[in-house]
Design a protein around this ligand. Structure first.
Ligand code: ZN
Ligand code: FE
Length: 258
């Protein structure tokens, strides 16, 4: 029986761990210690490492994990990650036979030049590991790509099924909701989400995974055609634009200053 467990790292990173009774694979182990402790406590063997992009808070723990025994390291072909054994890009599959897991790779550049996501059915549920591209009620900063690229990457994820479970790299949800509410104060789905996710955080629980249906209803970066979001962008720019990629660029800039 496959389970997906978040291990906390640093201040607000999650290392998503796919495990059954014996084996485990980790996504974006920015630190080794939380993984090593979990594997020891649960008596699990590490069988694979999956990386979404090259930032240290996502790859920093890899060398130490590999010192304890070699395992395949999957990650973006076009990013500088010295520890990759299986460089991948869109069109490639990633198999973790020990866990009966098969994922496919999507290219979602923008946060970094060649950021990738892993997508597939886990225990029958469509599941997405999207690193720092799509966040719960937000999205990553555009560091190495262009806003147009980032918008196209988010649009690609938006085409996945509504019930897709979204496993992203950070617990940023409440801050993201605060920004979203400043853009769409009348959005009732957003207000409901704020209540629910605030309660989860008060109980010390992750707000993740979310679903793509939740994101469509509340995430402003996926709602660049909504009149309220367009209006907020226009107010900020002091201009009249409606092109969704330009609305995206405007609200991404607003978020950087929020
Ligand atoms: Zn990052
Ligand atoms: Fe990160």
């Amino acid at each position: 029986m496959l389970e997906i467990v978040p291990l906390k790292a640093f201040k607000d990173n999650y290392i998503w761990t796919l495990r059954d009774g014996r084996c485990a694979a980790v996504v974006d182990p920015g630190e080794a210690d939380p993984v090593i402790e979990y594997l020891a406590a649960e008596r699990l063997a590490l069988v694979a490492i999956l990386l979404t992009h090259h930032h240290p808070d996502h790859v920093g723990g890899v060398p130490e994990l590999l010192r304890r025994g070699p395992v395949p390291v999957h990650g973006p072909r076009n990013e500088p990650i010295a520890t990759l054994t299986h460089p991948v890009a869109e069109g490639d599959g990633v198999a973790i036979p020990e866990l009966g897991v098969d994922l496919s790779v999507l290219d979602i550049p923008g946060h970094t030049r060649a950021h990738i996501a892993y997508y597939g059915a886990l225990s029958g549920a469509p599941s997405l590991f999207c690193g720092d591209t799509l966040f719960a009620c937000g999205c990553g900063r555009v560091f190495e790509g262009t806003p147009e690229q980032m918008y196209a990457s988010l649009a690609k994820l938006l085409a996945l099924p509504d019930r897709t479970l979204v496993y992203c790299g950070h617990e940023y949800t409440l801050a993201n909701i605060g920004f979203a509410q400043s853009l769409e104060p009348e959005n009732t789905a957003l207000a409901a989400r704020e209540q629910r996710d605030r309660r989860l955080r008060e109980q010390g629980k992750p707000t993740l995974p979310s679903t793509l249906a939740d994101e469509k209803a509340t995430n402003p970066f996926l709602r660049c055609r909504e009149p309220a979001v367009i209006e907020s962008a226009n107010k900020y720019l002091g201009a009249r634009i409606a092109d969704p990629a330009r609305v995206f660029a405007a609200i991404r800039e607003m978020k950087n200053r929020f």
